[in-house]
Ligand binder design. Structure first.
Ligand code: C6P
Length: 406
């Protein structure tokens, strides 16, 4: 297990919130001192715009902003930092692809394939596109354990399929999709298919290698991986990004502007119109340093052990129903459950909050998945590197309290 006593000391919130059990990192991770310091240093010491000034503090801001791009490229094993685009979050990144690549390549004769596991951010942009242009949206289902029915993958792909939009890790069931195999199979059936991976719940928790996965686009959000809000990433294969038109037009995404035409900037700046979230990106760089120093393999191991422990304790409790795959290898540290007594998840979350335990209740932005599970609402406790077995014990005690109260 990770040394959580030391790790907790790195996160000021644990000093500011007494007896605080944070089990909602899938929604938003906590921030270590080093990330807060990096953001503060930018605002206090060199808060200039990037790429615009030829004075020292602007050059420093540009250098550190661009260094983060290099860090991201190494972190996800991109071929080049030109393939790393800074945007606000995963949602914006998926919309960028839907509006640029999607609206150029997908027409009414096309098919898009996605899965029932998707977060709304990797579902609604494609649904809206097919409503607009008459293309077909096909959905890969899950089995009773919450894993994708892999036989359906090969069957659903046709010559008309243009895109597979798929999550790496489900934010609700915690399922880790065997992406490498899925992508291999999909491309074997139709080598022209473009694969977009929603990595929002993967990058913070497991080692990601975009080249090894064989995908074409990959998105993630800094705020779920110890970084500030408002700084996320779109990674795309260089050839694809090169041929795509810009999403937003304006400052910094241009090379030359004439009265009748504009020559756009080279990658990655072509997709970063306007002043970016400089402090956020710099903070993301510090978050990557922190995660790298701890080690992604160690983080994954820690979460696996915690989930195992939680699974055992919650099963013994016999008042909850757990959802998602059983095996630690096939799932992340997301614990999704309902109470056998049919207490409403919001009531459970409220009672837990009275005990300073933060969990999420509702549909977790996965309404189609909840409909598939025949549930309108669930409770989700999600783990990260600062969580401990003691946190799980407190959750279990909290749920016993729920049973007493309701
Ligand atoms: N899921 C959760 O509590 P943004 O908001 O753009 O940073 O991330 C969107 C998103 C996309 N894909 C997946 C798999 C996600 O889990 C999320 C965000 C949060 O589950 C907030 S709804």
């Amino acid at each position: 297990m990770l040394n959580t006593t030391t790790i907790k000391k790195d996160f000021p919130i644990f000093r500011n919130q007494q007896d605080f059990v944070y089990l909602d990192s899938a929604a938003m991770s906590l921030k270590p001192r080093s990330v807060i310091d990096a953001v503060e240093a930018y605002y206090e010491q060199y808060s200039a715009n990037v790429f615009r000034g030829i004075y020292k503090i602007s050059e420093k801001a540009t250098k550190i902003y661009e260094q983060t791009r290099e860090k991201v490229a190494v972190f996800i094993n991109a071929k080049s930092e030109k393939e790393v685009i800074f945007l606000r979050n995963s949602t914006e990144a998926i919309n960028l692809v839907a509006y640029t690549w999607g609206r150029t390549h997908i027409d009414k004769k096309s098919e898009i394939v996605t899965t029932i596991l998707e977060h709304h951010s990797n579902f609604v942009p494609w649904q809206q596109l097919i409503i607009e242009n008459g293309a077909v949206l096909k959905i890969i289902n899950i089995d009773e354990s919450g894993k994708l029915i892999l036989d359906q993958v090969g069957q659903i792909i046709t010559k008309k399929t243009k895109l597979l939009a798929i999550t790496y890790v489900s934010n609700a069931l915690g399922t880790i999709n065997p992406l490498r195999e899925i992508i291999k199979e999909v491309k074997r059936k139709n080598s022209d298919i473009i694969v977009l991976v929603d990595g929002a719940q993967a990058v913070p928790h497991i080692k990601v290698d975009v080249q090894d996965l064989g995908c074409d686009f990959f998105v993630f959000s800094g705020q779920k991986m110890l970084g500030p809000t408002g700084a996320g990433v779109l990674w795309g294969r260089e050839e694809l990004l090169e041929e795509m038109s810009p999403f937003l037009f304006g400052g910094e995404m241009i090379k030359e502007v004439y009265l009748d035409r504009t020559v756009f900037a080279d990658l990655p700046h072509k997709f970063e119109a306007g002043t970016p979230h400089i402090a956020g990106v710099i903070g993301l760089g510090a978050a990557i340093d922190y995660l790298t120093q701890i080690g992604m393999d160690q983080i994954r191991l820690h979460e696996k052990k915690l989930y195992s422990y939680a699974q055992e304790k919650l099963r013994k409790l016999d008042t909850v129903v757990l959802y998602g795959p059983n095996s630690q290898e096939e799932r992340s540290g997301v614990i999704l459950f309902t109470m056998k007594s049919a207490v409403h998840p919001h009531d459970v979350a409220q009672i837990l909050d009275e005990l300073n335990i933060c969990v999420r209740s509702g549909h977790h932005c996965t309404m189609p998945l909840h409909e598939r599970l025949d549930l309108s609402s669930t409770i989700r406790a999600s783990l990260y590197l600062y969580n401990t077995m003691d946190d799980i014990d407190k959750l279990v005690k909290g749920l016993q309290r729920v049973d007493e109260v309701l």
